[in-house]
Ligand binder design. Structure first.
Ligand code: ATP
Ligand code: MG
Length: 420
């Protein structure tokens, strides 16, 4: 038979050999966010398409090209979430949460974008993100930077750089948009196809173009920074003061406009040169107008999202090991009585030694083949239950990684042995 089914291109399985790294990474991030007072939130993977149209904007790459959208049987247009800020905002409004005071929340999960799959870019990928509702201060923006910066330190990551920019107020940006369009119109013959289209739909995105032929033109374009409103300038100055006070280096990247429409004021990205073109591992910014735009009462907000696949790639590229290694034991048992005893002992060991990894043999093979399996599992110790051990109500402990001699003792003594 040759009719096996494969996964969809750009949507990956997480296999047992890789999953411990994922779990350790996720735990490190969750623990840090919890320590900073953030609470977990979970929203559906599918939302009404309208949710994303209203939040992300119709003339963005995501909505124009990357969303998985279909009509439900009742005709509703639905989409797989391409990001989760829209869903979180929808949830905040629906449950009236900002009315109860400042909300600090984080989410995790799969996002879907129909892009060309390549290293660090997939059609199903995973993010952990944090959002704060109800605080408009630069201090709040800086705390998000402090958290992500601590995370890189906790993971031992090297070669990550913070890029920041400000997009000003909606009015200042609209005003600047006019100035930018005028500039690009004067150089219309130098625009590529994509940019010509964006000139009408989303001119700020032209600044983000990766086309080499357009770099000089973009370099000389008027800068948003020079057309900011007073309050946004002040916000940006305060933000930088907080970063200085935290000793976090940054570069100001005037071309950082982000792909989504909803941002204002602070925007930032953490980037690395170790991952080629997919170098952004974390991105975020302020979106003070979005809650109102989506039908809620006006409420300032700011957040970021981390791309887990890219973080994993970076951890692997830099050869870092994360997460503590737990001792593991393989229980080798021979004979019916020993098999029964082993399942009892296994339960007792799990209770007495929380967190220890126990492989209780289920192959029922010979001693020799069970030891082979113990080694293959990478177990640190074997607990042996043979005829003699059963008769004397004892167990034998055999270190498998050269940590001493085999010893025979009672189960209580064995527990003490492993408690060390
Ligand atoms: P890029 O410019 O790389 O396309 P983006 O601006 O579209 O990124 P965001 O929408 O800001 O990305 O998402 C936040 C983070 O999620 C990114 O910085 C990245 O780490 C990750 N990410 C985004 N798209 C993908 C994808 N298709 N595959 C894997 N990770 C992704
Ligand atoms: Mg993208």
């Amino acid at each position: 038979m040759n009719n096996k089914i494969n996964a969809i291109r750009g949507m990956n399985d997480l296999l047992p050999n890789d999953s411990n790294l994922w779990l350790s990474l996720e735990k490190t991030i969750f623990d840090l966010l919890l320590a900073y007072g953030y609470k977990n939130i979970r929203t559906p993977i599918v939302e009404k398409t309208e949710t994303f149209h209203r939040a992300i904007g119709k003339v963005t790459d995501i909505v124009e090209k990357e969303m998985y959208t279909w009509a439900d049987s009742n005709g509703d247009l639905l989409s797989l979430r391409p990001e989760n800020t829209a869903g979180v905002v929808r949830c905040m409004i629906e449950h009236n949460l900002p009315r109860e005071g400042i909300q600090k929340v984080f989410y995790q999960g799969a996002m879907f974008r129909h892009e060309r799959p390549q290293k660090g870019r997939y059609r199903q990928f995973h993010q952990i993100g944090a959002e704060v509702f109800g605080a408009d201060t630069a201090k709040c923006d800086a705390e998000l930077i402090a958290i992500t910066h601590s995370l890189w330190q906790n993971l031992g990551l090297k070669n990550v750089q913070l890029e920041i920019n400000t997009l000003g107020s909606t009015e200042a940006r609209a005003n600047y948009r006019g100035i930018l369009v005028e500039y690009f119109m004067q150089h219309k013959d130098q625009l590529d196809e994509d940019s010509t289209r964006r000139l009408k739909t989303n001119p700020l995105r032209i600044l983000d173009s990766k086309n080499n032929d357009m770099q000089a033109l973009i370099e000389s374009a008027p800068k948003l920074m020079d057309h900011l409103d007073e309050a946004s300038t002040q916000h940006f100055e305060t933000f930088k003061t907080y970063l200085d006070c935290l000793d976090i280096p940054y570069v100001i990247n005037a071309r950082l406009v982000r792909g989504l429409d909803y941002y204002n004021r602070t925007v930032f990205e953490w980037t690395t040169t170790d991952l080629g073109a997919q170098g952004t591992i974390c991105a975020g910014g302020r979106y003070d107008g979005l809650v109102e735009q989506m039908g809620g009462n006006g409420c300032p907000a700011v957040g970021f999202a981390l791309g887990l696949e890219r973080l994993i790639l970076l951890i692997q590229t830099q050869g870092l090991s994360i997460g503590k290694t737990t001792e593991s034991i393989y229980i080798v048992a021979l004979g019916d009585a020993a098999q029964l005893k082993s399942i009892q002992i296994s339960r007792q060991l799990h209770q007495a030694l929380p967190g220890i990894i126990l492989y209780n043999d289920i192959s029922m093979g010979s001693f020799k083949s069970q030891f082979k399996k113990a080694n293959k599992a990478g177990a640190d110790f074997a607990i042996i239950l043979g005829e003699e051990e059963i008769n004397n109500n004892q167990v034998s402990i055999k270190p498998l990684k050269g940590q001493g001699e085999q010893q025979t003792m009672s189960l209580d003594d064995a527990i003490q042995y492993f408690k060390g």
